[in-house]
Design a protein. Structure first.
Length: 131
């Protein structure tokens, strides 16, 4: 509904050329001048959705607008608990023991590297929480 309202109010070719998904990403800017400028930049630069989201967040920060994180505490906690539950279940541990013996050395090294990367990522998040 807000997009339709801005479609009528903003007399900008760049805004009109944007598809709905990108327009929706621009809505938090709220200021019509910012919306026009952002639409022009996004359209001229042919930014993808992730790059558009990053650009909008930067614009919002520069203009003193609050940037809301997309990750919610409940969802994050649920995701981490789910992974932990799957990796520590008896069934997984049994199956892991079975396949570990038959793994090729290259596959084993790849898996070990992925586990190390996950450990580092989790340790970095835990460190941030302790700050």
């Amino acid at each position: 509904m807000r997009i339709a309202a801005y479609d009528k109010r903003l007399q900008s070719d760049s805004w009109k050329l944007l598809e709905v998904g990108r327009k929706e990403l621009l809505l938090p800017l709220r200021d019509e001048k910012l919306l026009r400028e952002a639409a022009e930049h996004v359209e001229d630069s042919t930014l993808g959705l992730a790059a558009t989201r990053e650009y909008i967040n930067n614009l919002r920060s520069e203009n003193g607008l609050k940037v809301t994180p997309r990750v919610m505490v409940v969802g994050l906690t649920k995701a981490i608990s789910g992974v932990r539950g799957r990796l520590t279940s008896k069934a997984f541990l049994r199956r892991f023991g079975e396949i570990r013996e038959s793994m090729e050395p290259a596959a084993k090294e790849t898996l070990k590297a992925d586990i190390r990367a996950l450990e580092e990522a989790l340790a970095a998040r835990r460190k941030k929480l302790d700050e």
